[in-house]
Design a protein around this ligand. Structure first.
Ligand SMILES: Cc1cc2nc3c(=O)[nH]c(=O)nc-3n(C[C@H](O)[C@H](O)[C@H](O)COP(=O)(O)OP(=O)(O)OC[C@H]3O[C@@H](n4cnc5c(N)ncnc54)[C@H](O)[C@@H]3O)c2cc1C
Length: 410
């Protein structure tokens, strides 16, 4: 194996590979260690991303095999099937083939000189004098030690290594069960809009989605706070007044299950010789479960801070704390707002959700939302939207129905 690289990245998912790519572009010697035999597998994600976010990261345009569809808006359905749509004149989001997307980033990193070790699992960190000094790996059945200046933990939501450092891991209480499935024979679907389904019977304390693809295919998934997500998917397919019509002849081609963290980022994502990036650090939007743009943006920051620390020959917690500072400064406000939005949405009963969706449609809230510039970091966008009287009226109505739980549907 590559002996003693400057940085070891644990996990060859998108955030790991993008951290490595950015480090390598800055001239840092970096090795990625991935436990699976192939980058991008298994895949468990809808790959629904903002075009603006990808462009900011230098990852757009993508080739037509990676991009499966582009979207000009979204329709939100209440439990009773009431609808509220937002339309834009330009492509706002897209869906990518997650396996190919992950492979694309890894290939870019390889071209920049990053070494990838597949089928290799990091079992533990080497910690000496309270500093992370390397990793112990299981490589082709042998245990080996690799020393380094910085370990970037990009293990995903399991984040086992983080626990070894003594940093607070992501909040287990806020983890929901995620399901992502590929369907064929989906009917009556607008190819240009993603569909969001709300309601405790279909996705308690989160939502379900249909992300259309050409040829009658769609990615269908959900997050559910408790219980077996398969049961909720069945209800969506057979009971939801709108989704059941679209999915009545549909067939499931494959399905994957994976936890989703909705608790927001951990309070501290670095210590001596160690940085956590992506899902490992809870860098996922609690409102929508979007972890890719958020995690990849943090990966780029992590790479810049790691490079500066290596140049100074100071990889202490104090030096790497610049990473946390940048994260707090750039995303602190948005994270707090998104967590607050998630908590408020979780409080709504099905009846209140029906009523709210109705209200948003009647008061044409879409006109206020059309001016939103950034759908990734939603705190600032929320404030921007509130300049529009329709948005203030909707927020007022939201507060009103929360305070009047027995409100009857209009
Ligand atoms: C059902 C579902 C739907 C989603 N939909 C979307 C969406 O539409 N849009 C969006 O932006 N986000 C979505 N997400 C979230 C998104 O999938 C994650 O935010 C993203 O995958 C995080 O990337 P990552 O690199 O941090 O972690 P991962 O993609 O989980 O990658 C971690 C990698 O580390 C490897 N690894 C772990 N431990 C070790 C170890 N000890 N040694 C070696 N390798 C190791 C794993 O094998 C894996 O390859 C969804 C998530 C779920 C569950």
């Amino acid at each position: 194996m590559n002996s003693d690289p400057d940085v070891i990245v644990v996990g060859g998912g998108p955030c790991g590979a993008f951290t490595a790519l950015n480090l390598s572009r800055l001239g840092v010697d970096v090795t990625v260690i991935e436990e699976h035999g192939e980058i991008g597998f298994p895949s468990h994600c809808a790959g629904h991303l903002s075009v603006e976010g990808l462009t900011r990261l230098g990852l757009f345009p993508l080739t037509s095999d990676i991009i499966e569809n582009v979207f000009y808006g979204a329709t939100f359905y209440s439990p009773r099937g009431r609808a509220f749509s937002i339309d834009f004149d330009w492509p706002v989001t897209c869906t990518v083939n997650r396996s190919l997307f992950d492979r694309y980033i890894a290939d870019l990193a390889k071209k920049e000189g990053v070494s990838f070790y597949l089928n290799t699992r990091v079992e533990s960190l080497i910690i000496e004098q309270e500093s992370v000094r390397g990793v112990v790996v299981n490589y082709q059945g042998r245990r080996e030690e690799i020393r380094t200046k910085i370990v970037a933990d990009c293990e995903g939501v399991t984040s086992r290594l983080l626990k070894q450092t003594g940093l607070h891991p992501i909040n287990n209480l806020r983890i929901v069960n995620g399901l992502e499935a590929e369907f064929e024979n989906v009917e009556n679907i607008d190819l240009k809009k993603v569909e969001v389904y709300l309601g405790h019977d279909y996705a308690p304390k989160f939502y379900a989605w249909i992300v259309p693809k050409p040829g009658g295919r769609a990615k269908v998934g959900l997050g559910a706070e408790n219980g077996d997500p398969r049961r909720f998917l069945e209800r969506l397919m057979f009971k939801h007044p709108v989704a059941s019509q679209k999915l009545k002849k549909a067939r499931i081609l494959n399905a994957a299950f994976h936890p989703i963290s909705l608790g927001g980022p951990i309070s501290l994502a670095c210590t001596n010789g160690f940085l956590a990036v992506g899902d490992a650090a809870g860098q996922v939007k609690p409102t929508t479960v979007g972890g890719l743009i958020f995690g990849l943006t943090c990966a780029r920051i992590a790479a810049a801070i790691a490079k500066a620390a290596i140049d100074k020959d100071d990889c202490s917690a104090r030096s790497l704390y610049q990473y946390q500072r940048r994260l707090d400064k750039q995303f602190g406000f948005d994270e707090k707002m998104m967590l607050m939005m998630r908590r408020m949405l979780n409080l709504l009963s099905d009846q209140q959700t029906d009523s709210l969706i109705d209200f948003c449609a009647k008061f044409k809230l879409d006109k206020a939302l059309r001016n939103v510039k950034d759908i990734d970091f939603q705190g600032q966008s929320f404030l921007q939207t509130l300049r529009n009287p329709r948005a203030i009226a909707s927020l007022g109505y939201f507060a009103y129905i929360l305070l009047h739980p027995n409100l009857m549907n209009t």
